[in-house]
Design a protein around this ligand. Sequence first.
Ligand code: SAH
Length: 215
Amino acid sequence: MTDSFEARGLREKLIESIRQKGIADEEVLRAMKKVPRHIFMDPAFLHHAYVDKAFPIASGQTISQPYTVAFQTSLLNVKKRDKVLEIGTGSGYQAAILAEMGVRVYTIERCRELFLKAQQTIATLGYNIHFFYGDGFEGKEQYGPFDGILITAAAPEIPPALLKQLKTGGRLVVPLGKGDYQVMTVAVRTGEETWEYSSHGTFVFVPLLRGTQDK
Ligand code: SAH
């Protein structure tokens, strides 16, 4: 099962509620209406997939709240054919939203189980996404520079390697903070050695961790 009439109806309502919460980027909303979020979760949780909440996936991780996905994707400000690096593939849902928007997606996951599962899920939807198993702190220099970098886990600081892998004019979106919540931060590369930073409210993410995990 990939999608159904019932799921489409639930999704339509969810996306309208996200619009009400202030997301105005029509391309983001269109992509979120198209991608069936429930297939990124356990099939028993159809209704949970279409409420605006984060939800547990494997390896003690979570699929981000739909509003958060919409917010981070809007902040990235991408256009078709842009090259984006995501740190923290998780379920693969965020990567699918970007792919649906015509973005060339490179995504890194440190948990082997999630890395494998996300690829299976994406295969059923047919998106062309580049998956990597590894530590996102280092980025993927050989595929850069990127128009956008999206970190979907809480970072204690912005990994310096990632700032260097942005194109000039490129944007990095990251929930930044060491404590119980993080400040959504955008870094725009303005020159060879210069970046401009802005803050966009507080969120709660699972932590960005060093190294890889075999399970
Ligand atoms: N974007 C995901 C949600 C991710 S939750 C989705 O759409 O479902 C955060 C993910 O980041 C987790 O899967 C976690 O394992 C991963 N992660 C944490 N630290 C990482 C690192 N250093 N490199 C790569 N992935 C990391």
